[in-house]
Design a protein around this ligand. Sequence first.
Ligand code: MN
Length: 313
Amino acid sequence: MTSMQTVIQVTPTQLKKITDYYANMATGKQPTGAIFVAKKGPTTITAYRSGKVMFQGANYAQEAARWQTPAQQNTTRQATGKQATTPGVNIPQGFANWSVLGSDEVGAGAYFGPLTTAAVYVPKDQLAWVRQLGIADSKTLTDAKMRQIAPEIIANLPHHVVNLMPEKYNQMQPTNNVNQMKAISHNFVLGKVLAKISPTTPDAILIDQFVQASTYFKYLTQAQQSPIIKDNVYFTTKGEQYHLSVAAASILARVVELDSMAKLSDEAGIPLPIGAGHQADEAAAQLLNRGLDLNHFAKVHFANTQKAQKLRR
Ligand code: MN
């Protein structure tokens, strides 16, 4: 078994920051040479006067990543023998049975329609009920099946959705890359659901991973988001396989995206295709031919815009 710990060496300035950060999680224990021992969720953090900081237990790599440069993170990954992108690398045993707030987004790769992000909280006493909805394999469900399940999620589970329609997306896109918009959206919906379920707190938050954890938090800091949700936050690709809350969020986001596509198709007078292939070019050319503004319907920075301009009459 891989050892569940890592030690990083930090500067005195960083050590001060780390000490402040974990101050309210201190256990009161103080081994020889240590400044503090803190417990954050499943992770134990021990800081030493030498500038060494040890992270132990589940989630250790991700907690350490908070304080490391990207180069140091690579070293940690090499030490664990796994890539950061290996699904489930940071997910503790038994996680599927925890009370988890999960989030996922859809639409980032589609030319027409919104970027839609949802968060859903599934407490452990609801897991059996959610499981019988048959959503574990959310990525393989038909649109019809998802439309049938989404109202059940909405009626029974704390949730929030942010739907960045094209006009808003196009307004943000020049100054925020797509992953930054995703990060802002995830942080926003997570904060909304945390407020809804307060004073209950989930055992963990699981974000379906689209960038490294350190990049995610860097984007939120750069965009001056407040608050930044970071306690007990886990990341993994294929998140829907690690907790039903991510599967539920994925379905909810997808159904809201489909509804938005139906509304935009209605306004356009033609069915707008999902995706960014040649069909999207053709549809966009038709909108241009009728004098419609692509800014209202599509993510205009995609190459489809130029292709449509060449196809138009
Ligand atoms: Mn995803």
